[in-house]
Design a protein around this ligand. Structure first.
Ligand SMILES: *[C@@H]1O[C@H](CO)[C@@H](O)[C@H](O)[C@H]1NC(C)=O
Ligand SMILES: *[C@@H]1O[C@H](CO)[C@@H](O)[C@H](O)[C@H]1NC(C)=O
Ligand SMILES: *[C@@H]1O[C@H](CO)[C@@H](O)[C@H](O)[C@H]1NC(C)=O
Ligand SMILES: *[C@@H]1O[C@H](CO)[C@@H](O)[C@H](O)[C@H]1NC(C)=O
Length: 261
């Protein structure tokens, strides 16, 4: 009796998984472009693609029907905030596999979360439908922090460090000296129209002792129903190590000069 139930369940599961359309929706941040959203589908044996509908924030912006549009279609919308390019294609003669790739090339900083949806429908008479949704969050983890400028005052020994990092929203740059949090002298940020990310910079001056390490850590904080914090790789400045680096470089140079003689 138990066995019968298991067989029935297994049969049902296999049957159900064969019947349903598989839709896969994912997103990726593309360097110097913006977002790329990829919807791909697999339609069960015996059925084929009738249409794909794409939605942004619940508004349909594209319908692709291979029967009338052919094996592929390409549509571009230029908007104030971005250029949206969509390419849809079926990948086999049976019209069972295909993808739509949507790229959002940002002309302006992203202001809100965006919801994208992909609805795939099979052919008559069943028109089985599968719809998937994805939230493109206004969040790009910070790039590694880098010192864009290091100045040492020869008279006072005072060091001025400028630290920079990029992300969405504008990264916070925090400074620590010997693990102690310290405020920056001044800081700012602007949108980088090439990388499509917010560029944050921060300046900090101090008089180092041989062992102190100055650390600049980038974090991106997304505020919403939940709070997401992404921390990037810190930039570290250690005067002692930098001096050692200097001595090492001199030795290498002397050695090279010796070898080149
Ligand atoms: C879209 O996703 C499918 C399945 O995951 C993959 O085969 C395809 O290469 C992806 N295309 C792009 C442009 O990312
Ligand atoms: C580096 O910083 C120093 C001192 O803060 C400043 O005078 C100089 O103009 C900066 N150099 C660059 C390339 O930003
Ligand atoms: C802006 O982004 C580009 C490309 O990622 C980069 O080469 C450039 O240095 C960035 N500009 C600033 C001011 O950081
Ligand atoms: C953006 O989306 C994320 C992930 O779904 C969510 O946690 C966050 O609250 C949203 N932010 C806003 C401002 O709605």
């Amino acid at each position: 009796m138990e066995c019968k139930v298991i067989i029935l369940c297994t049969f049902y599961l296999v049957f159900a998984s064969v019947q349903a359309i598989k839709v896969n929706l994912n997103k990726a941040w593309k360097q110097d472009l913006g977002w790329e959203i990829n919807c791909s589908w697999v339609i069960p044996e015996g059925d084929s693609l009738q249409s794909v509908r794409l939605y942004q924030n619940n508004q349909q912006f594209l319908i692709y029907r291979p029967e009338t549009d052919g094996a592929s279609t390409h549509v571009v919308y230029r908007r104030i905030e971005d250029k949206m390019s969509t390419s849809c294609a079926v990948l086999d003669d049976a019209r069972q596999k295909g993808t739509c790739v949507i790229s959002l090339e940002l002309y302006q900083p992203q202001r809100f979360n965006v919801t994208m949806a992909c609805e795939v429908s099979g052919e008559r008479p069943y028109f089985i439908i599968q719809k998937e949704e994805i939230v493109v969050e206004k969040l790009v983890p910070p790039t590694d922090a880098v010192f864009t400028n290091i100045t040492v005052d020869q008279e006072t020994g005072r060091v001025t460090l400028t630290c920079g990092a990029e992300g969405v929203p504008l990264p916070h740059l925090t400074w620590t000296i010997a693990d102690q949090k310290v405020p920056s002298d001044f800081a700012g940020g602007d949108w980088n129209a090439t990388s499509k990310l917010w560029h944050a910079w921060s300046v900090f001056s101090y008089t180092p002792t041989s062992s102190t390490v100055a650390v600049c850590t980038p974090t991106v904080i997304s505020e919403g129903k939940t709070r997401t914090i992404k921390t990037g790789h810190a930039a570290k400045y250690n005067e002692a190590r930098n001096i050692q680096g200097g001595v090492f470089n001199t030795i290498v140079t002397v050695l090279l000069l010796f070898l080149l003689r």
